[in-house]
Design a protein around this ligand. Structure first.
Ligand code: DMJ
Length: 641
C-alpha cells in the first residue's frame, strides 16, 4: 500500500480548459459578448444612478418638476377623475395634495430600492470571474434556445430503432419459479395500486400516512417520479392497464417548467432513463419527447467554468449549485459521471450532438487528471477543476461512475474502447487498494480516505458484484474467470450482511473490524430502505452462472421484504434490521418499483427476457438497447472515426 506521504495530495491543477470546439464553437464571439455584457451592466448602473439622483433632488426642485405645465400628471392614482377625458389615465387634483405626497413618497422609495438593487447587481457581476460571467451568458443563451425549441414542439427526426430483442416473455418452465415470479408481480401491483390511490402525481408514497411524499432530490416538484420510474417494470410484467394509466398521466401532467431545484443525477437516471426505456419498450413517441424536453432543462447545469455540471439545477431558472455538504464546493463523481448512457441515447434519438459532447467533455477532462494511486477521488470542484478530498468509494459518491464506464463500452456494442480501458484501469486500482478479505474469509470493498482504508462496506457497494460479473467478458488477459469469481465473492459477502440480521434484510453499511464481520455497528447505519443492489448482484450472477443459490438468496430477500416491509398502504423501509420488531420509515422509494422488484422479477424469469447482449441497464435498472454506433451518424464517436 502506498503511504499517504507518497500521494500527490494537492491534486494537480488542470491547465485552463479549452472551451472552444467542440463544446463551445463560438468561443471568440462569446468572449466579445461577455465584455459587452460587462460594459452594458456598467452603463445601465450609471443610468439608473442618474435617474435615481433626479428623484432625490430637494423638494423645491421636485415641485418644479410637477409644475412643468402639466396640470394633470400621468401617474397611477386611486382618484381617477370621473370626467377624465382619457379613460385609464389617472389625474392628480389640487385637493388631493396629501395623497399626492404619499404617492410621490412611495414612488421615490421604490426608485431608491430599485436603484440600490441595480447597483448591487452590477457590483456583484463585477466581482465574478470572467469564466463565471461567460457561464452565465451561456446559460441565458441556452434558455432562449430551449424556450424556442419547446414552443416549436417540433417532431424529432426519425432514426433507425435498434434491434429490440426480448421485450416480453421470459416465462419460466418450472412451476415453482413461475409462482415466485407471480408473487413478485403481485408485490409490484400492491406497491403501484397504493401509490395510485394515495400518492398519484407526487414523487413518492408514504404508505403508512397514505399520502404523497417527495425526497429533497426533487426539490419542491411534484413530477410523479414513481410513475416514470415504474413504467418499464410494469411493461415487462405485462401490467399494461397500469402502464397506460401512467402514460396518460405523463401526457396530461408531466411538466418540467417548475420552479424547483432538482438533482441532475437523480433526474437523469430516474426520469430520463425511465422515459427512454419506456419509449424503447412501447414505441410511444410521448416518452421520447418528454425525455428530450427534460434533458434540455438539465443542460444549464453544465455551464460551469470547467464543464463539470453542478449537482443541482433549478428547472425554471437554469441556475445551478452544488450540495452544501460536498467537500470544497465539489461536484460528485458518481453524479457527473453517471450521465453517459442516457446522454448518448439522447444524441442518438435527436441527432443533436450536444448531449454527446457534454459527457465526452467530462470523460476527456477526467482522463487528463492525475489520480492518486490510480484511484478517482469522489469530489471534483467544477470551478477550479481540482479534486476535493481524496476519498474513493465504490459505494455512495463513486459507485455508478465505474458502472457507466463499463456500460458505455457494452452499450456501444463494445466499440467504445476508451471507456473499457478507463474501466479496466480503475478496477485494477480499486482491487489493489480497496478490496480485502476479512479474517473470516469474506471479500469486501472498503472506502479509501486520505491514504487510509476504512473497513466498511455500504449496501450501495454491493452492486459491484454484478458489475464485476458483467465486465468479466472482455477483461484483460486471462482475467474473465477472476472477475466472475470476484463478483461471486462480493455477492456472498452481501448475502452474509443480510443473513446476520434479525429481519434477513441488509443494513445501509456494515463493518469488518476484529470479530465484527458484515454487521452494522452504528445505529444510524442499521436501516434498510428497500434498496436493490444486493438483489441486482444476485440477478447478474444468476444470468452468468445459473447457480441456484442466487435464486434462493433472492427469494429469501423477497420473503423478508414481504414480511417486514409490506404494510396495507404499500411497502416501507425499516429503521433497524437487527430489531425483530421493525419500525417503518414510511417511505416507498421510487427505486423499489424501478429496480428492486424488476431485478427480482428478472431473477425468476428466463434469460430471453431482456437478454444482456442486447440491453444494458442504467443505474436505476432502466433497460436501454445496445447501439450499433458504427452504423449511425454520431460523427464524434470513436467508432465512426
Ligand atoms: C438508485 O437510485 C440507483 O441505483 C443509484 O445508482 C444509487 N442507489 C439508488 C438505490 O439504492
Amino acid at each position: 500500500m502506498t503511504t499517504p506521504a507518497l500521494l500527490p495530495l494537492s491534486g494537480r491543477r488542470i491547465p485552463p480548459l479549452n472551451l472552444g470546439p467542440p463544446s463551445f464553437p463560438h468561443h471568440r464571439a462569446t468572449l466579445r459578448l461577455s465584455e459587452k455584457f460587462i460594459l452594458l451592466l456598467i452603463l445601465s448602473a450609471f443610468i439608473t444612478l442618474c435617474f435615481g439622483a433626479f428623484f432625490f433632488l430637494p423638494d423645491s426642485s421636485k415641485h418644479k418638476r410637477f409644475d412643468l405645465g402639466l396640470e394633470d400628471v400621468l401617474i397611477p392614482h386611486v382618484d381617477a377623475g370621473k370626467g377624465a377625458k382619457n379613460p385609464g389615465v389617472f389625474l392628480i387634483h389640487g385637493p388631493d395634495e396629501h395623497r399626492h405626497r404619499e404617492e410621490e413618497e412611495r414612488l421615490r422609495n421604490k426608485i431608491r430600492a430599485d436603484h440600490e438593487k441595480a447597483l448591487e447587481e452590477a457590483k456583484e457581476k463585477l466581482r465574478k470571474s470572467r469564466e463565471e460571467i461567460r457561464a452565465e451568458i451561456q446559460t441565458e443563451k441556452n434558455k432562449v434556445v430551449q424556450e424556442m425549441k419547446i414552443k416549436e414542439n417540433k417532431p424529432l427526426p426519425p432514426v433507425p430503432i435498434p434491434n429490440l430483442v426480448g421485450i416480453s416473455g421470459g416465462d419460466p418452465e418450472d412451476n415453482d419459479i413461475r409462482e415466485k415470479r407471480e408473487k413478485i408481480k403481485e408485490m409490484m401491483k400492491h406497491a403501484w395500486d397504493n401509490y395510485r390511490t394515495y400518492g398519484w402525481g407526487h414523487n413518492e408514497l408514504r404508505p403508512i400516512a397514505r399520502k404523497g411524499h417527495s425526497p429533497n432530490i426533487f426539490g419542491s416538484s411534484q413530477m410523479g417520479a414513481t410513475i416514470v420510474d415504474a413504467l418499464d417494470t410494469l411493461y415487462i410484467m405485462g401490467l399494461h392497464a397500469e402502464f397506460l394509466d401512467g402514460q396518460r398521466w405523463i401526457e396530461d401532467n408531466l411538466d418540467f417548467s417548475v420552479n424547483s431545484e432538482v438533482s441532475v443525477f437523480e433526474v437523469n437516471i430516474r426520469f430520463i432513463g425511465g422515459l427512454l426505456a419506456a419509449y424503447y419498450l412501447s414505441g410511444e413517441e410521448i416518452f421520447k419527447i418528454k425525455a428530450v424536453q427534460l434533458a434540455e432543462k438539465l443542460l444549464p447545469a453544465f455551464n460551469t467554468p470547467t464543464g463539470i455540471p453542478w449537482a443541482m439545477v433549478n428547472l425554471k431558472s437554469g441556475v445551478g449549485r452544488n450540495w452544501g455538504w460536498a467537500s470544497a464546493g465539489s461536484s460528485i463523481l458518481a453524479e457527473f459521471g453517471t450521465l453517459h448512457m442516457e446522454f448518448i441515447h439522447l444524441s442518438y434519438l435527436t441527432g443533436d450532438l450536444i448531449y454527446y459532447k457534454k459527457v465526452m467533455h467530462i470523460r476527456k477532462l477526467l482522463q487528463k487528471m492525475d489520480r492518486p494511486n490510480g484511484l478517482y477521488p469522489n469530489y471534483l470542484n467544477p470551478r477550479t477543476g481540482r479534486w476535493g478530498q481524496y476519498h474513493t468509494s465504490v459505494g455512495g459518491l463513486g459507485d455508478s461512475f465505474y458502472e457507466y464506464l463499463l456500460k458505455a463500452w457494452l452499450m456501444s456494442d463494445k466499440t467504445d474502447h476508451e471507456a473499457r480501458k478507463m474501466y479496466d484501469d480503475a478496477i485494477e486500482a480499486i482491487e489493489k487498494h480497496l478490496i480485502k478479505k476479512s479474517r473470516g474469509g469474506l471479500v469486501f470493498i472498503g472506502e479509501w480516505k486520505n491514504g487510509h482504508l476504512e473497513k466498511k462496506m455500504g449496501h450501495l457497494a454491493c452492486f459491484a458484484g454484478g458489475m464485476f460479473a458483467l465486465g468479466a467478458d472482455g477483461s484483460r488477459t486471462d482475467k474473465a474467470g477472476h472477475y466472475l469469481e470476484l463478483g461471486a465473492e462480493i455477492a456472498r459477502t452481501c448475502h452474509e450482511s443480510y443473513d446476520r440480521t434479525a429481519l434477513k434484510l441488509g443494513p445501509e453499511s456494515f463493518k469488518f473490524d476484529g470479530a465484527v464481520e458484515a454487521v452494522a455497528v452504528r445505529q444510524a447505519e442499521k436501516y434498510y430502505i428497500l434498496r436493490p443492489e444486493v438483489i441486482e448482484t444476485y440477478w447478474y450472477l444468476w444470468r452468468f452462472t445459473h447457480d441456484p443459490r442466487y435464486r434462493q438468496w433472492g427469494w429469501e430477500a423477497a420473503l423478508a421484504i414481504e414480511k417486514y416491509c409490506r404494510v396495507t398502504g404499500g411497502f416501507s423501509g425499516v429503521k433497524d434490521v437487527y430489531s425483530s420488531t421493525p419500525t417503518h420509515d414510511d417511505v416507498q422509494q421510487s427505486f423499489f418499483l424501478a429496480e428492486t422488484l424488476k431485478y427480482l422479477y428478472l431473477l425468476f424469469s428466463g434469460d430471453d427476457l431482456l437478454p444482456l447482449d442486447h440491453w444494458v441497464f442504467n443505474t436505476e435498472a432502466h433497460p436501454l438497447p445496445v447501439l450499433h454506433l458504427a452504423n449511425t451518424t454520431l460523427s464524434g464517436n470513436p467508432a465512426v472515426r
